[in-house]
Design a protein around this ligand. Structure first.
Ligand code: HEM
Length: 377
C-alpha cells in the first residue's frame, strides 16, 4: 500500500523500513510532547490522567529535557553491568524452569508465559532496582493495566483502567523513592537520587524525576521482554525440526533472538510528529502531523528482508524492534541477556518441548502481549 498510508483517524502509518528509520532518526521528527498535545483538539485523549503521566516520562520528552535525562542514566546496561547481573539471571532461570518441569510433571502441561516469561523480567529488574519480591505481582498487574493509555485509539473504559493503574504506580514508585531518600544505599535508585540532587536545585524536583525514571524503566522492561521470550519459543516450536536444529547449534541462539525480534516485535508501533513541514517518501507532511512508525511492517519490508514472512534463523535480517535514534531502547542488552539465558537452558533441559496450542494474546494494537503459551515435554 506504500511507505506512507493515510490513517483513517488522521496522520499516516509509516510501513517502509527506510521511511520508518528516517522518522526515528531524522531531525524533522519529535515525540508528541506536552507542547504538541496542547495544540490538539482531542482533549479527552491527550488530557487523560494516564496519558499526561506518561508524557512526563523519558519516552515522551524531546531535547533538551530528554537529552539531560538520557545523559543522567548513561549506558544503563553496559558490559560490566550485564556481567554483574548475569549469574543471578542464570540462577533465576534455573529456578523458574524447575517450576515449569514440576507443573508439567504434575499436570501434563504448563503455561510458559505465566510460569516463566512473565516472571523473569520482573525478577531481573526488581533485583536490579532492589525492589521487594513481595511487590512483584502488584507491579505486574499495574503495568498490564497502565499500557492501555499508550494504545493507538484507547476507548474511554481503557483510559479509565489505565488511569486507576497510573495512580497506583505513582503512589508505589513515589513511596519507593521517598524510602530510598530516607535510607540511601548503594542501589541504583539511591544513585539516581544522588545524581539528580547534584543537578536540581530542590529535592522535590529530584524526587519527581527519579520517580518518573524508576517507574518508566520498570514498566518498559516487563511486558516487552516477556513477550519476546514467549514469541521466540513459539516461533521455534511451531515448525517441526526447528527446536532440534537449534539444540544442536546453540551458537545460533542470538540469531534466533534477533529473528524473533524481527519477525514479531513486542512493540508494534510508536508515534512521532512532524517538527516542521517536511516530505517523507515523496509525500508532503505538514508540521504537527502525527505518523505511526510500524515496527513490524518495517521488518517485513521485502526490500530490506527478502521473503520477510519466513522465520529464518540464519537470515541476519534488519529490524527496528528496539526503536532507533535518540530514543533507542536503553534495555536492549538486558532483554537479550534474559532471552539468551532462558533459551539456552530451555534447549538443554527440555529437548522434547512442544506447544500444546498457539499462544493467546491480549487484545492490543501497540503493546503485543502473550498471555498464555501452553507447553508439554
Ligand atoms: C524485548 C524487550 C524490549 C523491547 C522490544 C523494547 C523496545 C523499545 C522501544 C521500541 C523503545 C522506543 C524507542 C523509540 O522511541 O525509538 C524503547 C525505549 C525504551 N526502553 Fe525498551 N524494549 C525492551 C526492553 C527494555 C528493558 C529490559 C528496559 C529496561 C530495563 C527498557 C527500557 C527502555 C527505556 C528506558 C526506553 C526509553 C528510551 C528513551 O525514550 O530515551 N526496554 N524500548
Amino acid at each position: 500500500m506504500g511507505d506512507l498510508v493515510p490513517a483513517p483517524w488522521g496522520g499516516y502509518l509509516v510501513t517502509g523500513y527506510d521511511a520508518c528509520n528516517q522518522v526515528l532518526r531524522g531531525r524533522a521528527w519529535l515525540v508528541p510532547d506536552f507542547a504538541w498535545q496542547d495544540r490538539q483538539a482531542d482533549t479527552g485523549r491527550w488530557q487523560a490522567v494516564a496519558t499526561q503521566e506518561m508524557s512526563r516520562t523519558l519516552s515522551r520528552l524531546n531535547a533538551p529535557d530528554h537529552t539531560r535525562q538520557r545523559h543522567s542514566l548513561g549506558n544503563l546496561f553496559d558490559r560490566q553491568t550485564l556481567e554483574a547481573v548475569a549469574p543471578a539471571v542464570e540462577a533465576d532461570v534455573a529456578g523458574l524452569l524447575d517450576r515449569l518441569a514440576e507443573r508439567i510433571r504434575e499436570d501434563g502441561e504448563a503455561d510458559l508465559a505465566t510460569v516463566v516469561s512473565e516472571r523473569l523480567p520482573i525478577n531481573t529488574v526488581g533485583r536490579w532496582l532492589d525492589i521487594a519480591p513481595d511487590d512483584y505481582d502488584h507491579i505486574l498487574e499495574m503495568t498490564h493495566n497502565q499500557v492501555y493509555a499508550q494504545e493507538l485509539l484507547p476507548t474511554k473504559s481503557q483510559l479509565a483502567t489505565s488511569e486507576a493503574a497510573t495512580v497506583q504506580l505513582r503512589r508505589y514508585f513515589t513511596d519507593l523513592v521517598r524510602e530510598r531518600r530516607e535510607n540511601p544505599g548503594d542501589d541504583v535508585v539511591s544513585g539516581w537520587i544522588r545524581t539528580w540532587d547534584a543537578l536540581e536545585s530542590d529535592r522535590a524536583s529530584t524526587d519527581r524525576i527519579v520517580y518518573q525514571l524508576t517507574m518508566f524503566v520498570t514498566i518498559a522492561s516487563l511486558e516487552t521482554t516477556a513477550t519476546l521470550m514467549s514469541s521466540l519459543v513459539w516461533s521455534l516450536l511451531r515448525s517441526p525440526g526447528r527446536w532440534d536444529w537449534l539444540r544442536e547449534r546453540p551458537e545460533h541462539i542470538d540469531d534466533a533472538i534477533n529473528e524473533a525480534l524481527r519477525y514479531d516485535p513486542p512493540i508494534r508501533l510508536n508515534s512521532r510528529v512532524a517538527a516542521e513541514d517536511t516530505v517523507l517518501s515523496g509525500v508532503f507532511v505538514p508540521k504537527d502531523t502525527m505518523v505511526h512508525v510500524m515496527y513490524g511492517a518495517a521488518a517485513h519490508d521485502p526490500r530490506r528482508n527478502p521473503a520477510p514472512h519466513t522465520f529464518d534463523i540464519l537470515r541476519k535480517g534488519s529490524h527496528i524492534a528496539f526503536g532507533g535514534g535518540a530514543h533507542y531502547c536503553l534495555g536492549a542488552g538486558l532483554a537479550r541477556l534474559e532471552a539468551r539465558t532462558l533459551l539456552g537452558q530451555l534447549l538443554r533441559r527440555f529437548p522434547t518441548l512442544r506447544a500444546i496450542s498457539p499462544p493467546e494474546y491480549a487484545s492490543r494494537m501497540v503493546f503485543h502481549r502473550v498471555t498464555s503459551l501452553r507447553v508439554a515435554a
